[in-house]
Design a binder for this molecule. Structure first.
Ligand code: SAH
Ligand code: SF4
Ligand code: F3S
Length: 478
């Protein structure tokens, strides 16, 4: 009988990709994926440490498995990813029934480690070196990149894929745990990336999103030259069958004109740029060690708007960082008002042990103030998001159809069973706006034209335009 695997994933796109790769490897080793931990004999949590809340969720999910483990001691419970790297043995202390703790640099070892546990070897722990406990080379090697062959069936849909172009981070923003749990910044060779994208396209993939914590800091020395992100995009753009390229997340300081020109000139590179600002106050940016001033961030925005005026820009903000006064916060509100971001992710500061902010700065903004600032900033951003969406009413947009909409999935629509019938579908525009419309399952994985008839801050609603018009049809690049 195949072994049954349940996996739960939280965190960023890196984690989604890691889970996909782990599942693909385990399927090759004879595992079958199930939908509920009850049905599984192996349960894995792919974890995130970026905020306390993400960790609390995992520890309480683990707590709920205590009974299951008592009744079925053969069930194997594993914790992988960033919290595994951060908490290491502490996980066994807090949840003694856990069998496996594996950091993001050791994911390739999971099949063997599971075999060992099943054979009675007891709990297993595999993590990378701490950043200070070896030379840069040693630490770097201990965070091995994990990019084996892919299994197209494991992706949320066959038409889109993430491709890692770099791992780790060396920016050390004072609030952030990522450089500790994901290790030193390392870029993959352009040739490897190209080979992976070609394989994905051969398997039917049409949109590739390149991943890196600071994706536009990509730099690889190869064949006597240095490859930057703009060069990589140029190289990937030539791949036939690939329709769309995206890249996340950008670091403001590395948003150079070469990259913006590449976004403008390469038709497959989507006009969508996620460039987190984090704060609108110089004092706070300095305390965060972000490496730029508000004026420099605004200049970068101005360059984006000059070179790629149609691009949608999105951002992240942290409210209630150590020492943030009402005046600092007002400056952030001002940046959000003037920045005209398509959307922003807004987070309440969460102190992370072993970071500079945790060690040296006081977490002195009370929780209710953080909450109020969070809600206020969100309201300002949401109003702008809707304002930016409204002019799209009546226009056509090009959508890569991803699958049934959230509502259709909730109703349990099985696209195979309803082949030929009308279902509510969802997809994204070049600018990464979510569109919901009625269509047929045959359109999944296709680029279709959708005329928008309504919007809110998060979603565009439209109907498919029958495709009989010639190239004179005007489509907004939104
Ligand atoms: N590498 C990306 C994102 C890293 S984490 C970048 O540099 O932009 C994603 C977002 O989480 C960050 O942009 C930041 O806004 C938020 N974040 C990171 N650490 C945090 C913390 N300690 N508390 C609250 N939010 C945090
Ligand atoms: Fe964290 Fe800063 Fe690196 Fe982003 S750039 S992952 S926020 S340290
Ligand atoms: Fe979280 Fe790790 Fe990503 S800490 S945000 S899952 S890199």
């Amino acid at each position: 009988m195949p072994k049954r695997l349940y996996i739960e994933t939280v965190g960023c796109q890196m984690n989604m990709l890691d889970s996909e790769l782990v599942v693909a490897t385990l399927r090759k080793a004879g595992y079958q994926l199930v939908d509920h931990p009850r049905q599984a004999d192996t349960i894995l949590f792919n974890t995130c440490s970026v905020r306390q809340h993400a960790e609390d969720k995992i520890y309480s999910a683990l707590g709920r498995l205590k009974h299951a483990k008592e009744h079925h001691p053969d069930k194997i419970i594993g914790v992988m990813g960033c919290m595994a790297q951060k908490d290491q043995r502490l996980i066994f202390e807090r949840a003694p029934f856990v069998d496996l703790v594996v950091g993001p640099g050791q994911l390739h070892q999971i099949p063997q480690l599971l075999d060992k546990i099943a054979a009675g070897a007891g709990p297993q722990l595999e993590v990378s070196l701490d950043r200070k406990s070896g030379s840069r080379d040693e630490v770097q090697q201990s965070f091995e990149s994990y990019d084996p062959l892919r299994d197209p069936q494991m992706r949320p849909n066959r038409y889109q894929a993430y491709v890692r172009i770099m791992i780790g981070c060396d920016k050390f923003c004072t609030y952030c745990i990522v450089p500790r749990v994901r290790g030193p910044e390392q870029s993959r060779p352009a040739a490897h990336i190209e080979a992976e994208v070609r394989r994905l396209v051969d398997e039917g993939c049409r949109e590739v999103t390149l991943l890196g914590q600071t994706v536009n800091s990509y730099q690889h020395h190869d064949g006597g030259r240095t490859w930057r992100l703009a060069d990589l995009l140029d190289r990937l753009h030539t791949i036939d069958g690939l329709d769309r390229l995206r890249f996340v997340t950008n670091y403001p300081r590395d948003m150079d004109d070469d990259l913006l020109t590449a976004v403008r000139d390469l038709s497959k590179v989507m006009p969508y740029l996620h460039v987190p600002a984090q704060s609108g106050s110089d004092r706070i940016l300095h305390r965060m060690k972000r490496g730029y001033t508000v004026a420099e961030y605004r200049d970068m925005l101005a360059r984006i708007r000059e070179i790629v005026p149609e691009a949608a820009v999105t951002s992240d903000f942290i409210v209630g960082f150590c020492g943030e006064t009402e005046d600092d916060f007002r400056q952030t509100v001002e940046l959000v008002r003037q920045g005209r971001f398509k959307n922003s992710f807004i987070f309440k500061y969460s102190p992370r042990p072993n970071t500079k902010a945790y060690e040296r700065l006081d977490d002195d903004v009370p929780e209710e103030v953080k909450r109020r600032r969070n809600n206020e900033l969100l309201a300002v951003q949401n109003a702008i998001s809707e304002e930016l969406n409204r002019p799209l009413i009546g226009h056509e947009v090009e959508v890569l159809v991803e699958g049934p909409s959230k509502a259709a999935r909730k109703q349990g629509v099985d696209v195979e069973a309803v082949e030929g019938h009308v279902v509510q579908l969802t997809g994204r525009t070049p600018c990464d706006r979510i569109v919901v419309f009625d269509g047929t399952p045959r359109q999944i994985g296709q680029l279709v034209s959708v005329r928008i008839y309504d919007v809110n801050g998060f979603t565009l609603f439209g109907s498919v335009v029958t495709q009989h018009a010639g190239p004179e049809v005007f489509q907004l690049q939104v």
